[in-house]
Design a protein around this ligand. Structure first.
Ligand SMILES: [Fe+2]
Length: 433
């Protein structure tokens, strides 16, 4: 059996195609007029990048227009890593124009960016052609996370870059009109795999956890779980000031759900958490060193979890929210940094919706490997969960775009895609208006 990240649902597609007027069942809400773009690694035919995370980014795009699925199109991001085989890491350090751009795709100030955490964003056209790397007029001097946070009130985009060399962590802020207006070094963390972070109304929230970097490790992704590093969560005032670090039980996290300040001024952080054991098992599989049971390779082995950090007393409480395995948390992004009631995740062949108010969970069986479920607010939405969930589901017969009503988790439409879409990472709904 081949390496799990090159086979089964993970296997790359060999080329770029386009198809029009896609068949669908059910009824696509006409208000879903725009584009759904999803990013993920897709090594070129014959390439073995050595780790699932190291493949060249490919965007799968689906255009919806007033109830019709107008087109599907997939395109590699033409990074220098893709076109010239330029290494992103060499003896002279990091080349921020040579990332794989394989992790997320977002829009800010009407510009579309493919993101990977080790490099600059790459700008794309709405037709998925590559424009090139972006350093915001020379102002971005570090890599950019693939998980920036848009403040729904101010319209600013908060982001960071983490480095393999000092400074290990730098915070940046883009204005609503796309200008980089602040960069600030954050003191404290070492070279750890900092994939995501959180914002609240007043704070930035950092995860400095024991997935550490050691360039002497023989791996395309030289990170490993090392509990001796310890684990801490940091909170930095957005307005400026010292970062306060809280020791927590050692663990690993890729993805944050959300964070907010509660009425007592405590910072509440929800994320999907791995133990050392579950993280190491996953990492061995996606590094190709262990069998992930081939096509059935499962990546949802983490649990929703909550930390409550009290800046007054320094106290931390930790709480497992559910023991089923999930990943790729999403929410109604008008709640980013504010208390949210609902969190959407994906588990084994299902979408799982959590209700933090009642402590309950509901699920939708999808019949296949289920990609991140992106929440799109309904037109004129009243409740937080009034909206749609978009997810690419892949089964043996191929891939489809599933559209579900987020309130009751009922499937409302399914668009048949013209080809299998490999397991991937994150995407965005880019409405026309
Ligand atoms: Fe991610």
């Amino acid at each position: 059996m081949g390496k799990a990240y090159l086979t089964g649902d993970f296997a790359a597609v060999p080329d770029e195609i386009e198809a029009h007027d896609l068949p669908l069942t059910g009824t696509l809400p006409p208000e879903l007029t725009g584009r759904y773009f999803r990013n993920g690694p897709n090594p070129k035919p014959g390439d073995d990048p050595g780790h699932w995370f190291a493949g060249d980014g490919m965007i799968h795009g689906i255009r919806l227009h007033e109830g019709r699925a107008e087109w599907y199109r997939n395109r590699w991001v033409r990074t220098r890593h893709f076109t010239e085989n330029a290494p992103f890491l060499s003896e002279s350090g990091l080349d921020l124009t040579a990332g794989t751009a394989n992790t997320h795709v977002i829009r800010h100030d009407d510009r579309i960016f493919a993101l990977v955490e080790a490099a600059y964003p790459y700008e794309l056209t709405p037709e998925l052609d590559t424009i090139g790397p972006c350093d915001f007029g020379g102002k971005l001097t570090t890599a950019m996370t693939a998980h920036p946070k848009l403040d729904p009130i101010t319209g600013e985009l908060h982001l960071f870059g983490y480095g393999y060399f000092p400074p290990f962590l730098t915070y940046h802020r883009l204005s609503a009109d796309g200008e980089l207006v602040e960069s600030r070094e954050i003191e404290g963390p070492g070279p750890t795999l900092m994939h995501d972070f959180a914002i609240t109304e007043r704070h930035l929230v950092w995860l400095d956890l024991p997935v550490t970097l050691d360039l002497d490790r023989d791996s395309a992704m030289p990170f490993a779980y090392d509990e001796s590093y310890g684990a801490r969560i940091g909170i930095t005032p957005r307005a400026g000031g010292e970062t306060r670090w809280f020791e927590v039980d050692p663990c690993a996290v890729f993805h944050v759900g959300n964070a907010w300040e509660d009425e007592q001024g405590r910072v509440v952080l929800n994320a999907v958490r791995y133990t050392g054991e579950t993280f190491t098992g996953l990492w061995e599989g996606i590094s190709g060193r262990a069998d992930l049971a081939g096509a059935a390779a499962e990546i949802s082995v983490a649990n929703p979890y909550r930390w409550t950090l009290d800046p007054t007393t320094g106290a931390v409480t930790e709480e497992l929210l559910d023991d089923r395995g999930v990943e790729f948390p999403t929410l109604n992004e008008t709640r980013v940094g504010r208390e949210n009631r609902f969190l959407y995740t994906v588990g084994v062949e299902q979408i799982v919706k959590y209700d933090h108010l009642t402590g309950s969970a509901a699920s939708l069986a999808t019949g296949g490997r289920t990609g991140e479920a992106v929440f799109v607010p309904a037109e004129g939405a009243i409740s937080e969960d009034d909206g749609w969930l978009l997810s690419i589901v892949t089964a043996s017969r191929g891939s489809r775009l599933l559209v579900a009503d987020a309130r009751d988790l009922k499937e409302v439409a399914s668009v048949t895609l013209p080809r299998r879409v490999p397991a991937g990472f994150h995407g965005s709904w880019l409405p026309d208006h």
